[in-house]
Design a protein around this ligand. Sequence first.
Ligand code: FAD
Ligand code: MG
Length: 335
Amino acid sequence: MALALAAAILQLTLACAPAAPHMRAELVLGTLCKLSLYGRDRPETAAAVFERLRIIEARMSANLDDSEVSRVSRSAGIAPQTVSEDTFYVIKTAKEFAELTDGAFDPTIAPLVRLWGIGTENARLPSEEEIEAARRLVDYRGLILDPAARSVFLERAGMGLDLGAIAKGYAADEAASILRAAGVESAIIDLGGNVYTLGRKRGGKPFRIGIQDPAAERGSYLGALTITDRSLVTSGPYERFFIEGGRRYHHILDRRTGYPSDSGLVSVTIIGASSIRADALSTSVFVMGKERGLALLAGQAGVSAILVDESGAISLSGPESSSFELLDMKKYHLE
Ligand code: FAD
Ligand code: MG
């Protein structure tokens, strides 16, 4: 009897405890990608997601010599290159954002990315002459797309393509659509700074996602948001950088100066149904700064944002920012 009672209590406890997710994590897209599936374990679905991420990486990485992106860069000033539908779509979207932001977001930023080498073992502070020479090669207007031939051409020799600020967003959208097609109702896809929540937690509550404190170690959150079926993408200067002469040089570059962007923002989080848009916008707003960034966001339907500036002031934009909870009230304040 006592045993039966104990078993019943144990069963009740298990039923009430939040089910642990089925996790799978792999290094892909240059970052640790984590998939958490709630409910039933579906190893074949998780495998399909990672297989898709690897295909996207193989096509769009600027770090792999045989990717489509590298082929386009090598053929700059020589000949247009036909690419997969995937890659064409991401490049086309990148060019649209470059036009929308007047080049604050620019997928032809590669010559500057290579020169600075931030995030690689070759990171260094280049000379003014080197920066000027690389800067002159960055111009999205020289990125020519032919939809009929599905071809991509960089007009001048020395130009290059870099989809690092947008391809993870596309990858998150693709992962979410694989999960939806497989009937997964509840999951979190985390592609390093690029999170997608599918459905709700057990019990129907929305997921609560923390926003990294840009001035503290990884895993310290300045605030949190509750979101359902949304992507949340953060751009910041705190993950990839080097310090020289007491100055910090980070990986989001401003083609107008050739230097890391110095817009006064230290973190930009975008929330939206489309992760590719959220990814492009997080980098765009980071470079544009608070005022121009908020003006850009005001014209983007269905997109919300949380902007943090270097004084600790937080600006909210869009309907979904209303669920934002400020966790660190000492360092940060809402405007
Ligand atoms: P975001 O703000 O979204 O993007 C910043 C990145 O975009 C920069 O790192 C740069 O690449 C580019 N960029 C900089 N300034 C601009 C600008 N003004 N406009 C447009 N783009 C800009 N990392 C590795 O270390 N090794 C790898 O092998 C590797 N492979 C990758 C393959 C793929 C397909 C992708 C998508 C990424 C890969 N990465 C790799 C990671 C890549 O460097 C990240 O995308 C990068 O860290 C930026 O992600 P983010 O979310 O931090 O910042
Ligand atoms: Mg981005």
